[in-house]
Design a protein around this ligand. Sequence first.
Ligand SMILES: Cc1ncc(COP(=O)(O)OP(=O)(O)O)c(N)n1
Ligand SMILES: Cc1ncsc1CCOP(=O)(O)O
Ligand SMILES: [Mg+2]
Length: 207
Amino acid sequence: MSSFNPLSLRKYFIMGSQNVKGNPVAVLEQAIQAGITIFQFREKGPGSLSGDSKIKLGKELRAVCSVHQIPFIVNDDVELVDKLDADGIHVGQDDQSVKELREMFPNKIIGLSVSNQDELNNSALEYVDYIGAGPVFLTTTKVDAKSSVGLDWIRFLRAEFPEFPIVGIGGINTTNASSVLKAGANGVSFISAVTRAEDIKEAVSKL
Ligand SMILES: Cc1ncc(COP(=O)(O)OP(=O)(O)O)c(N)n1
Ligand SMILES: Cc1ncsc1CCOP(=O)(O)O
Ligand SMILES: [Mg+2]
C-alpha cells in the first residue's frame, strides 16, 4: 500500500480542460492557493484533449502540483501514471482492476468509485487507498453519471467501514459540502463548484 494520508482527501479538486473556459493551469494555481488538498487530472468527455495535447497539459498541471506538494492523481488512464510521474490513479468499476493496478503500482495512491451495494460487493478494497462515493447529489458535469445516491450512501459506508478513507463526489458545492462531511466522509471532491465559481478563493474556503 502507499503511505496515503486520508487528510489529503479533505478538499479534492478534479478538473480537465473541458471543465474550464480559460487556462486550466491558472485555475489549478488559484485552487491550490485557496487550499485544495489533492488534485485529479480528469481529461474526459465532450471537448477534452487527447494524445500529445493531453500529455502536454498533464505535465503542466503535474508540475504545478509538484511545486506546491499537492498529490497529483490521474483519472482512468493507466499509461499516464508513469508518463506524468503521478502520485496515483483513480478508477471506476469499469476501468482496469484495482488488483492489477496494485501489482503495477505498489506504492501509488489508488482510488476506486463505489456507488452502490452491488459495486461494493465487487470491490477488492484491500488494494485500494480510498473510495470515491457518489454521485451524492445531482450532477450535470459527468454526462454518464449514475443517479444520485444521497447522504445515506456515505452514512452506510462509514458505518460499514469506520476507518476506511471515503471522499464524496457529485453535485457537491459550498452549500451542501458540510452535510457530506457530517455524514462521515473524510472529504469532498468537486469539479464545477470551483471551475464555475466566480471567486475560486471564496469557493474553496467555503468547501
Ligand atoms: C474521487 C472520485 N470519485 C469518483 C470518480 C468517478 O470515477 P468513474 O466512476 O470511473 O467515472 P469517471 O470519472 O472516470 O468518468 C472520480 N473520478 N473521482
Ligand atoms: C466525475 C464524477 N463522478 C461522479 S459524479 C462526477 C462529476 C462531479 O462533478 P461536479 O462536482 O461538478 O458535480
Ligand atoms: Mg473512470
